[in-house]
Design a protein around this ligand. Sequence first.
Ligand code: PGA
Length: 257
Amino acid sequence: MKYIIGNWKMNLGVRESVALARASLLLLRGKKIAPQMVLCPSTIALSEVRKVVARSGVGLGAQNVAVEDQGAFTGEISARMLSEVGVTHVIIGHSERRHLFGETDELINGKIQKALEYNLIPILCVGETQEERENGQAKKVVTHQIVTALKNVRPKFSETFFIAYEPVWAIGTGETPTTQEIVEMHTHIQSVLGEIFPTAPSSAFAILYGGSVNGENAYAFLRESCVDGLLVGGASVKIHQLKDIVEAACKVLIAQA
Ligand code: PGA
């Protein structure tokens, strides 16, 4: 399987989100072999987008979740609330949350535990900064992020748990690592996960790439067997780009069938 996850960030209001969700679903219509899609609108649009994706097989993702269950946490949204409106997935530890909102690996660990408690499928984002990359620390940083985020976490191996490798320097910049560099990091992530969960079946984790994915580069990334899918930001809100990305995934899946 290949996964295409759209992270719409803080870009669309409710009406625009509904329209984009409808258009995104149309891209899959009539396709016997197609990627699994998850759409992650802003919190305010979740309920309306859910009506569009209901019974379609397309997942509904939130972009964040509170670490607490409930209480005096102004502005936060709990896992229970997300699950109540039909959310299936949740992005956790996106680099924008880490860097702009000060999220730590420990907080991210708590959020993953909370998401799993409420049967939400986590999409854990990891990735090095430009500086860390230049210092040759990319693998070390990503290892630390994964090990800390997954401390005492017991995923249900019946559901795929997502890890998105998103180098910070590649997000929204138009720059990406080479395919070879992505393969190397994904292979590394696989081995880190294998050490943490030695008995996990191979379907337990899906490793996605994210960072300046577009209609032109998607095929080269998806063609790699260790790239289970893509976490797409900017291009996921441009329907023509998303169309090309979905078609790239279909092409890869058809070749594999
Ligand atoms: P981008 O964002 O595709 O716009 O680079 C990816 C992400 O932030 O998940």
